[in-house]
Ligand binder design. Structure first.
Ligand code: FES
Length: 653
């Protein structure tokens, strides 16, 4: 009779195997994605599968109850000691006895997909550079005088088909005690670079060791640094944390930090020290919060703009402050974490920094491209990563262009008279009645409007403290729609607007959003200076987008993606009323959340993605805003609200 037919789900892969073949062996031969750390020794339980019994007309088989072997001693011991979910078997121990349908649950797949909250964007497929292997090493022999590392190499080649291995001194020191304590069986953590070369031994333990493997995805921004602690076996984010970039004390924006480095001997080094200390502090916070041993963090992926990139690496950023804005290197960088003084990770941990696109468009923009994939888009998409420095990508599968634009910190609530960072108590949403000119608003942390019953009680805990970036954008757009502000951005007087909320301030006017002064609270107004700051920021953003559109030879785009921690909170309608982004139908404006951070996570979890982005950045054309005269023309025209020249037909509807 024919050998039993084995069908794996969900892959649908099938083949015939001799009776007695372990399920793991059948899976490997068919290329079914079934995990294993212990190499089939019945220790790690990563190979769990679920056999299905009964009739399967779809597959043309009937699976009998004895289609898999009975539990052997190894499998039984595992079940008794550690337990197995009802219906599960260890794929390395259960052998095939008859036709069978075998389901591989997601957690048993190496290349499992990580579920993401943002439904519109690509899933992360696990393919990490750092993995663990259990390996049996030959004992040394007087007649075969090889080193322990060489015998470990041979064992890895025989048992895991890993051809070459290198180890730095920190881990080499652990090798001999681990081998002897484990009675020549050890668990190794290996880093395998996507560009090839020998696997790197990052850690070693006696016997089987399954303490965990962790990595960090870090978005190093000029204003904030955000880090996600991820499980490298399943891609889940265990904790996220953010801190202010301490370099702010050397300069608010990128160019002022470059100037600081130019003017002050040792200035760049001071900024390098500051950011590295902040990174170590972030890691400490994340490991304390989760209780995870920092020595189990083996990798970090860093995305950042070019100035942050150079300062983190300890490279002088002065060349980035002047044309032609040459980077020390635009290629991706892989190096030991100790070279960046990241001492809070494992001693052998590795850091990967995504490639930069050009002197003003950094690894953060590359990460956005990795997350949003404009290079694969059928329609023409404009991706705007809004920050102190906005980075823009425009393109489709034929061509992608990139530029950056100096928006300044106004969109983050800085340089705004009542501005503050997004935190409880900050006004984040604003509506103004066009007839009465009366505002209503919402503050962060409270999900009712200021004129809803119960608002005062709910707001008492935090107070109403100021206005954050999304709040100021909505306020300015609403003021324009209510006629408080004219197209040039001038706030009218009380007489002109018919509301006493417009108060005189010297020769200009300010609009009162909230007057908490009778109760000792703040007076929150939108001043003429605030309007000017927002006009400058939005003109820079729009001019960047228009420059890319000119270069592409188009006068409209099909869709807009707003990215960045702040971009996610911008209301598309208000962004368009302000003229921050080109005119598109409102349902064609999406929010992508922190796309740069997502790109960092993708690169952390998937080595193929590192190779992909290294290839993609070479295909992206950089457009330089700083030396392009048309940028100035666009900038001036874009100062009007929404725009002096460009039509906004969608807005009219
Ligand atoms: Fe490790 Fe089956 S492969 S328990």
């Amino acid at each position: 009779p024919a050998d039993p037919l084995v069908i794996f789900t969900p892959s649908g892969k099938r083949g015939r195997f001799a009776k007695g073949t372990p399920v793991l062996t059948a899976a490997r031969q068919l290329g079914v994605d079934l995990d294993s750390v212990c190499g089939g020794r019945g220790i790690c339980s990563r190979c769990q599968i679920t056999p299905a019994f009964g009739d399967f007309p779809k597959h043309g088989v009937t699976v009998k109850p004895d289609a898999l072997s009975d539990w052997n001693a190894v499998e039984q011991r595992y079940k008794d000691k550690r337990g197995l979910i009802q219906g599960r078997r260890l794929g390395c121990q259960a052998t095939i006895q008859g036709d069978v349908v075998i389901d591989v649950p997601p957690e048993s797949q190496v290349h499992k997909q990580v579920v993401r909250k943002e439904a519109t964007v690509r899933a992360i497929v696990m393919d990490p550079a750092t993995r663990q292997y259990l390996v049996d090493v030959a004992e040394p022999d007087m007649h075969d005088p090889t080193g322990d590392l060489e015998r470990l190499k041979r064992a890895l080649c025989d048992q895991w088909q890993i051809d070459d291995l290198c180890a730095d001194l920190a881990v080499l020191a652990k090798l001999q005690p681990a081998l002897r304590k484990g009675n020549w069986q050890v668990t190794v953590t290996l880093f395998q670079d996507h560009r090839g070369g020998p696997a790197q031994l990052l850690d070693i333990w006696p016997g089987f060791h399954d303490a965990g493997l962790y990595g960090l995805a870090i978005d190093l921004g000029s204003t904030t640094i955000a880090a996600h602690l991820c499980d490298l076996t399943d891609g889940q984010v265990l904790a996220s944390s953010g801190v202010m970039n301490p370099q702010i004390r050397f300069g608010e924006d990128l160019m002022s930090r470059v100037s600081y480095a130019m003017m002050n001997p040792g200035g760049a080094a001071d900024m390098t020290t500051a950011v590295r200390m902040a990174l170590n502090g972030l890691v400490q916070g994340l490991t304390t919060e989760t209780g995870i041993d920092p020595a189990l963090i083996y990798e970090a992926v860093l995305v950042c703009n070019p100035v942050m990139h150079h300062l983190a690496l300890g490279l002088d950023p002065v060349e980035l402050g002047q044309a032609p804005f040459a980077l020390a290197t635009s290629d991706s960088i892989a190096l030991p974490a100790t070279q960046l003084d990241l001492t809070t990770l494992n001693d052998s941990a590795r850091v990967y920094i995504l490639p930069c696109i050009a002197g003003h468009v950094g690894a953060d923009a590359a990460a956005v491209a990795l997350a949003e994939e404009p290079q694969k888009s059928e329609d023409l998409v404009l991706i705007v990563d809004v920050g102190t420095n906005a980075e823009l990508l425009l393109g489709n599968k034929t061509r992608v262009l990139a530029c950056s634009s100096p928006t300044g910190p106004a969109f983050e609530g800085a340089q705004i008279s009542s501005g503050q960072r997004a935190a409880p108590g900050a006004i984040e949403r604003v509506e103004i009645d066009p007839v009465t000119k009366t505002p209503r608003f919402r503050i962060i942390g409270i999900d009712i409007w200021s004129d809803d019953p119960g608002f005062a009680e709910a707001a008492a805990a935090t107070g109403i403290t100021g206005i954050c970036g999304s709040g100021i954008i909505e306020a300015v757009a609403e003021m324009r729609m209510a006629g408080i502000l004219d197209g040039s951005g001038l706030i009218g007087s009380a007489d002109q607007t018919g509301t006493p909320r417009c108060i005189a301030q010297g020769r200009t006017h300010a609009y009162t959003l909230w007057d908490g002064s009778p109760d000792g609270g703040p007076l929150i107004t939108v001043t003429q200076g605030d309007i000017r700051a927002i006009q400058l920021a939005k003109s820079a953003l729009y001019a960047g987008a228009r420059l890319l559109m000119d270069e592409m030879g188009v006068d409209k785009v099909d869709r807009v993606v707003l990215a960045g921690a702040f971009g996610a909170h911008i209301s598309p309608k208000h962004a368009m009323v302000l003229g921050m982004i080109p005119d598109v139908p409102l349902d064609k404006v999406q929010s992508a959340g922190n796309a740069a951070g997502t790109g960092a996570r993708i690169a952390l979890c998937n080595t193929a993605a590192r190779a992909e982005i290294e290839r993609v950045v070479h295909q992206i054309t950089k457009v330089e805003t700083a030396i392009e005269p048309r940028f100035q023309d666009h900038f001036v025209a874009a100062s009007a609200i929404p725009h002096a020249i460009d039509p906004f037909p969608e807005l009219a509807q």
